[in-house]
Write a protein that binds this ligand. Structure first.
Ligand code: OSB
Ligand code: MG
Length: 368
């Protein structure tokens, strides 16, 4: 398969409510939507690089540079047979996983459509529904947070993830625990702490959390190993895992016991499948993380989360939790049992809403 044209749609989407983490407060989310054409078919992908280098070093602008100057010219002259070959073709470019992932996702969509199978099937998915959790940003006070969690639980979400940062941690979790004792809870620090904060982690270790996500440095494994040794609650690594080698090192060092799979951070669906193949036989629990994607990125996430090793609730919420109008029609809705349905039509299995896409697009570039 050889791509004939690649179009980049630079979009900006307003979130339903601002999303505050230890590193940023987001109101608008920018993204690059990739539209790739070959043999009369169109494949779509969504880049998860953010407005600034806060979660990882990539931004919309670094992704743009890597896409237009390196990856797109390379892909346009490559004749490939299966999307699992693409990481090798992209390997001369070091890092820049989010830029690689968006092109590869569009190719997976194309390839699955060409084969007449859903992306889920193409990746080895087995589930017809994936479990939905919700990620909740820092709120203005504890009672607001409790109300927000309560509201999501009533909607049907299976677990809540609370973002923590210095000054918004143990006391907050303690209060939530007291007021909502039965809710399935986990926390995400987005790398806000150091080993000096061990006393805070020891305190929340007593609060019945499913996991503590990325407590320490965004690139760290050694300090996480030291912290994990002193906690009963499993650590889940997000930012620290960029490659299969990182996952292997995490397991060797016992730096964490749960893997957050994010397709963008890991450089694509092929690498994500490889990590699943490595971790699932070892019974390492996995779940799919999110980056506030529109329905285009969400469809790829739902497909990967349908693999058998995704045993924990995912950060895959319904479209209306993120945006008033999604880029796909129909949007993802939450089933009453707290799941999203895995699309079964060929490829991503969702229809892009061109009207909404046009409305949120700031500019377009086309390459062939
Ligand atoms: O750490 O999981 C994270 C969003 C942006 C950057 C990092 C993270 C997140 C989320 C959002 O938690 C989860 C979602 O998309 O529902
Ligand atoms: Mg995280």
């Amino acid at each position: 398969m050889k791509l004939e044209n690649i179009t980049l749609h630079f979009v900006e989407m307003e979130l339903v409510s601002p999303f505050e983490t230890s590193f940023d407060r987001e109101v608008f989310r920018p993204s690059i939507i990739v539209e790739a054409k070959a043999g009369g078919l169109t494949g779509w992908g969504e880049c998860v690089a953010g407005s600034g280098p806060w979660y990882g070093y990539e931004t919309v602008q670094t992704a743009h540079h890597i896409l237009k100057d390196f990856l797109i010219p390379l892909l346009l002259k490559t004749d490939w047979h299966h999307p699992t070959e693409l990481p090798k073709h992209f390997s001369r470019v070091r890092g820049h996983n989010m830029a690689k992932a968006v092109l590869e996702s569009a190719c997976w969509d194309l390839w699955a459509q060409h084969e007449g199978v859903s992306l889920s099937k193409a990746l080895g998915g087995v589930k017809t529904e994936v479990e939905s959790g919700v990620s909740i940003g820092v709120q203005k006070d504890i009672s607001t947070l409790v109300d927000v969690i309560q509201g999501h639980v009533e909607e049907g979400y299976q677990r809540a993830k609370i973002k923590i940062k210095r000054g918004w941690d143990a006391d907050v979790i303690q209060a939530v625990r007291e007021q909502l004792p039965d809710v399935s809870l986990q926390v995400d620090a987005n790398a806000a702490y150091t080993l000096e904060d061990k006393p805070m982690f020891k305190a929340i270790d007593q609060m019945g959390l499913l996991m503590i996500e990325q407590p320490l440095g965004y690139d760290d494994l050694a300090d996480h190993s030291e912290l994990q040794a002193e906690l009963n609650t499993p650590i889940c690594l997000d930012e620290s895992l960029k490659t299969l080698e990182d996952v292997k090192a995490m397991l060797t060092l016992d730096s964490g016991r749960i893997v957050n799979i994010k397709v963008g951070r890991l450089g694509g669906l092929s690498n994500s499948v490889k990590i699943h193949e490595h971790s699932h036989p070892k019974q390492i629990p996995m779940w799919c993380g999110g980056m506030l994607e529109t329905g285009i990125g969400r469809a790829a996430n739902v497909a990967i989360a349908s693999l058998p090793g995704f045993t924990l609730a995912n950060d895959l919420s319904a479209s209306d939790r993120y945006y008033h109008e999604d880029l796909i029609d129909p949007p993802f809705i939450l089933n009453p049992n707290g799941t999203l349905t895995v699309p079964t039509d060929p490829g991503l299995g969702v229809k892009v809403n061109h009207e909404v896409l046009k409305k949120v697009t700031q500019h377009v570039e086309s390459y062939d």
